[in-house]
Design a protein. Structure first.
Ligand code: CTP
Ligand code: MG
Length: 184
């Protein structure tokens, strides 16, 4: 199955549905996160934290499991519309874990730039997670990725344009309801 059989609006919705585990893994990590820092409080050779208190095992685990759960929820709602290929669990895992791994990689980079936990880094904060999700899928499930997300430029363009809005929107909501420390 590929995107050619859909209208433009349907394509956008399909792309967002496919990426939902990646988007929501990050959001769920904010809810489950905050316990057991992955770097165990350790410093890097530059004197800054390796990752910082914003990257915890409870966030990584909760977000990964949460993203996979979201994937299965959507898959069952959509019935036989098989958006995630034959290796469903693995694709859900790559999307969810990749999302948090990307976020973690960005934190490592931010700490090397002397930025503290929660400091803003506009483009990096917005794209780190989708980039790593897609990269892991590209490495481990290339056939699936080629058939959906790399099927022409439409899907990538959709992700590129909509991700900053989704990211910002969700973070503002998280900030307003008090689960996130900053609105970005
Ligand atoms: N979080 C977590 N573990 C993760 C990811 C996120 O515990 N692996 C939680 C943390 O409580 C974190 C919050 O989600 O503060 C928001 O995530 P994010 O904005 O990615 O972290 P920041 O606090 O901004 O830290 P950084 O500057 O390292 O990105
Ligand atoms: Mg942040």
């Amino acid at each position: 199955m590929d995107l050619e059989s859909y209208s433009t609006l349907e394509c956008i919705i399909v792309v967002l549905l496919i990426m939902a585990p990646a988007y929501l893994a990050n959001t769920i990590a904010v809810l489950t996160g905050g316990r057991y820092p992955i770097d165990q409080g350790k410093l890097y050779s530059d004197g800054n934290r390796i990752l910082g208190d914003g990257k915890t095992w409870s966030g990584l685990l909760g977000g990964t499991i949460g993203g996979i759960t979201v994937g299965y929820g959507l898959a069952s709602l959509l019935g036989d519309m098989n958006l995630w290929g034959g290796n469903t669990f693995f694709v859900f895992f790559l999307l969810s874990f990749g999302s948090l791994f990307g976020d973690m990689t960005a934190s490592f980079y931010k700490r090397r730039q002397n930025l503290q936990r929660g400091d803003k880094f506009p483009l990096l904060d917005m794209y780190d997670f989708v980039f790593m999700s897609l990269l892991l899928c590209f490495i481990f499930q290339p056939d699936w990725l080629l058939s959906w997300i790399l099927d022409g430029w439409g899907p990538l363009f959709t992700i590129l344009v909509l991700t900053p809005f989704l990211h910002r929107g969700v973070n503002i909501i998280g900030y307003k309801i008090g689960v996130k420390n900053e609105p970005w």
